[in-house]
Each structure stands twice: as C-alpha cells, then as structure tokens.
Design a protein around this ligand. Structure first.
Ligand code: AMP
Ligand code: MN
Ligand code: MN
Ligand code: MN
Length: 287
C-alpha cells in the first residue's frame, strides 16, 4: 500500500447527486485502474454497504466515505470523512440532522424561480433525485437543463442557484466542529475538500485550516477534479505548512457532466504524506 498511487477518494453516486449507482461507480473506478476507492456522497452514507461490497468483489480495496456540508464564515465548505465506522450513531444522527433541511431549501429555491416565471422546479428536481432525502442543487440544475433553460449544468451554476442569482437561498449547514467531531467519533479521518473552491482570502483560509486542525482534522485534498492543476502546488504547500495528510479524488458525479473521470487525475506530488498511509488499518481488503 505504500507504493499505491491511483487512489480515488472523492466521488458521488445517485445516493446523493451523482447519476450512477454505487455499484456502477465501483465498476467505473475499477475499469479506470483505481487501486483504492471511496464513495463520498453528500451528507449520506446509505450507499456505503453497496459500494464496499461492489468494490471488494472487483478486488479493489475500499475506504468508507462521506462529504459533509458545513457553514464556515458564512460560506459553504465541504469536509470529507474517510475510514469511519458506518454504524456509528453519532455520525448517523449528525448526517440525518444536516441533510434534514434540504427539502425545505429546495422548495424555497423553486419558489424563488417561480417568482421569476420558471414553474415546477421542485417537482421536476425531485423526479430526478433517486434519494428524496437528498435533493441537491445539482438536481435543480439538471431539471433546468432538461426544460431547455440552459445548455449545461455549468451554465446553470453561472446564471442560477448561486449567490446573487435567481433560485439562490442561503442555508445553514453543520458547524466545522460538529462535522469533524462526527467523523472522529466514528473513528474516521476528516479531510478539507477542494480548498481552492471557497474563494476565501488568505486570512479566512488560514482560519479554516487552523480551526480544522484544532478540532482534530487531519487531511486536505491536494489533487482533486475540483481544482485546476495549477492549484495543486499551492495546496501541497498548505498540507506541509499545516502538517496535514494529502488526499486525491476526482469528485466524479456523472459521465455526462464530470470533466474529470474516476482515477484519471495526476498523482499526488511525491513529497507529501498520503491520507492512505495513516488510514492503513481502516482499509477494507478483498478476501
Ligand atoms: P448543494 O449541496 O445542494 O448545495 O449542491 C451542491 C452541488 O451542486 C455540488 O456538490 C455540485 O455537484 C453541484 N455544483 C455546485 N456548484 C457547481 C458548479 N459551479 N458547477 C457544477 N456543479 C456545481
Ligand atoms: Mn455534488
Ligand atoms: Mn464538494
Ligand atoms: Mn463532491
């Protein structure tokens, strides 16, 4: 495992806002040469059993995973949890609480769009969400593409559903302390997801990294499909400065939408400590 390079520890299935089943994502990861995999659906771990079984059946080692939505400095930040016990009640209850507000939020977003003349978005998005408890802006975006309002979901996220645009509704997610605490309570490692995505200034970003460390967070994504390759070195330096393990993951959602496929990213820079070194005892191996 020390020489392992092609780990993909961030991606989504239809248990949250991906479009493939956990087993289909497992097959795709395996086909693409992934040597260690984790399915990290948003705020939801009900796909873990299927993901792990499919992964091990393919001979591909597995780590449990989740991506928790957090509000930090009035922004949404994502914290990935890896290698936790999926039966842990603290984690299960925390996730149930944090995803609980999603239906009302989606309804409020749809109502705002309705005021701008776009009808039926909640019902339409719900029809595209396999898991009704996990309706995400990605589902609303797909519906807006389906009705021809935009050509791609990327276009939707430029014109709608983001701050200052129609359909945006601010939301209070979990606190950073709670999210890291739930992951740790379940024996897992907390990892800052795609740090370049947040648009924090240097002071705010330092606050995120410092508080994350203080609460017991241990990792940061350096190579991710949600970063531009030019950002890898910035966060490699951050990992060293804050003494964090480095992670790698495609953030794959769907063959149609995702720019980065499973297992296709650059490898981690060689002078970092990968999260999978520290997570060795938590990795499930095929029999
Ligand atoms: P939510 O958790 O409901 O706020 O939805 C966030 C999800 O929407 C993300 O996990 C992505 O799947 C998708 N998303 C957000 N912003 C963008 C963007 N700019 N381009 C494409 N997808 C996005
Ligand atoms: Mn998503
Ligand atoms: Mn994310
Ligand atoms: Mn993600």
């Amino acid at each position: 495992m020390k020489n392992l390079k092609n780990a993909d520890l961030h991606c989504h299935s239809l248990v949250s806002d991906g479009t493939l089943s956990p087993s289909q994502v497992a097959s795709r990861a395996h086909t693409n040469g992934v040597q260690l995999w984790s399915l990290t659906d948003h705020d939801e771990i009900s796909g873990q059993q299927e993901a792990q079984a499919a992964s091990l059946a393919l001979g591909m080692p597995y780590l449990t995973g989740v991506e928790i939505s957090v509000t930090f400095l009035h922004q949404t930040v994502h914290i990935v949890g890896l290698g936790f016990d999926p039966d842990n009640h603290v984690l299960q209850q925390g996730l149930a609480q944090t995803r609980g507000g999603r239906a009302k939020r989606a309804q409020a977003m749809a109502l705002d769009l309705e005021k701008k003349g776009i009808q039926g978005v909640y019902e339409g998005a719900l029809g595209l969400a396999e898991n009704p408890d996990l309706i995400s802006r990605a589902h609303l975006a797909r519906y807006l593409v389906q009705i021809g309002l935009c050509k791609t979901t990327q276009e939707v996220f430029r014109r709608y559903l983001v701050e200052g645009k129609p359909g945006f509704v601010p939301h209070q997610w979990a606190s950073l302390q709670d999210a890291v605490g739930w992951i740790r309570a379940a024996g897992g490692m907390a990892v800052i997801a795609h740090p370049a995505r947040y648009g924090f200034n240097a002071t705010e970003e330092d606050a995120l990294f410092s508080e994350f460390k203080r609460h017991g967070g241990q990792g940061v994504e350096v190579v991710t499909g949600s970063h531009h390759p030019s950002e890898y070195s910035t966060y490699a330096a951050k990992a060293k400065a804050y003494d964090l393990y480095a992670s790698r993951g495609s953030d794959f959602h769907s063959p149609e939408e995702s720019a980065t496929d499973l297992g296709q990213l650059d490898y981690l820079p060689p002078d970092l400590e990968p999260v999978w070194w520290a997570l060795q005892p938590r990795i499930q191996h095929p029999h």
